[in-house]
Design a binder for this molecule. Sequence first.
Ligand code: 3PG
Ligand code: MG
Length: 408
Amino acid sequence: MKLRTLDDLKSVKDKRVLLRADFNVPVGRGKVSPDEDWRIRKVVPTIERLSKAGARVVIATHLGRPDGKKVAALKTDPLAKRLSQLLPHPVEKLSDCVGEDVERTIAGMKNGQVVLLENLRFKKGEEENDLAFAQALSRLGDLYIDEAFGTCHRAAASIVGITRYLPSYAGPLLIAEVTALEKVMDAPERPYLVLMGGAKVSDKIGVLSQMLSSADRVLLGGALIAPFFKAQSHCIGATPCSDEDVEAACELMRHPYYKKLILPHDVVIGNPKDLDGPAQVVDLQEEPFDLCRDHEAILDIGPKTISAYSAYIRGAKTIVWNGPLGYFEAPKFSHGTLAIGRLIAARSRGKTFGIAGGGETAVALHRTGLADCIDHLSTGGGAMLEFLEGKALPGLQALRIDEEDSST
Ligand code: 3PG
Ligand code: MG
C-alpha cells in the first residue's frame, strides 16, 4: 500500500502541523503511569523531528469514550504532563480542540513549539466523521500528519474527514506499522505462528478465521479459551463466557483448518475474587470435565502448556502475538503471559520476526523488561487485528496514493 509520507513534503518550517496521535492510554488518578505510556513515547521522535525542523506542532488525540460529552476524568491534561516530561520543552495544553480561542493561541505559536488539544471525543462530530467538525479542525493547521495507527480503523473526523481539507501525510510511525504488518500479511516466513489471548472470541472471530487460513498454527490463551472448553462440555465455573462466544467458538470448530488451532493442555485456576488466594494447576486429560468449581475461574495457562507453546515459538520464523494468556495483572496468574512474552521478545531480532500488539499485550511485554527487543510493538489493538483480518482501514484509505496518481 503506497501512502503519502513526510518524504513527499519539502519543508515544515513556519508551518502549523496538525498531528493526529493516538494517546489513548490508561489514565489513573489523573496520571499516566510510566509503564503504560508507550503509545505516547512512540510518537515522541516524530514530534521532535517536526519541532526541530521549525514546525509549530498541534497535537490532537482522543482519550477513552466520552461519547460527545465533556468528561472531567478524560481531559488531556495528564497526557500533556507526560509528554512534557518526555520532550525537551513543556507542552501547553489548550482548553478546547476547535474554535476561535484555540485558533488564536495557535496563531501566536513560535516555530518549534508544541501544544496539545483537548480530547477530540468531547465533540459529537469526531466519531460521526462530521465534515463541519473536520473543517473546524483543519483551521488549526497548514498540513495534517497521521501518526494514530491505533485509530485508523475508525472513520473519525480527525482521521478521515480532515484529509479533505488539508494536505495529508502518513507519519513515520504509521509507515512503520503498515510496513511490519504488510510483511506478515504478504509473505510471512514460515512456520508462521499466531498467539491470541484476551477476551471475547465473538469480537475476534473474523481475525481468528483469517489466521487459521494464513498461519501455520494458532495458539490460544486467556479468556478466549473458555468458550471452546464450554463447547466441549468442560465445566468452566466463573470464567466469563457468553453464549455468543460459545457460538463463535463452535463456528470456528467447523473451519476447514480448525486443526491448526491449539488449545492449552493444562490451565491454572483460582478464585477471581481472591487473586492472592490458592492457585491450582488442572490438567485437561486428568480432569476432562470438572475444570473449575462454581466460584473458580481459569486464570492462566499451565506449565505443560507453557512448554508446549515455547516449543512452537522456538520453531517459528514469524510470530504475531495479541492478547495476554492469563490474568497477568495478578502475580500468581502472570507466569504464562510473562514466560511467553519473554521468549517471543528474546527470539526476535534475527531468529524470528516478532510482532506484538494491543494495549494489555504491550503492558505485559514491558513487564518482561524485553519490550525493546521485539521487532515491532504495534500501537494498534483493534486496528492491528482488522488490518490482519484483511479489512481496509478507513484512515489508511484516506492517505493512499492510487497507482495512477503516483505515476503522474
Ligand atoms: C484503541 O485504544 O484501540 C484506539 O485508541 C481506539 O479506541 P476505540 O476502540 O475507543 O475506538
Ligand atoms: Mg479499542
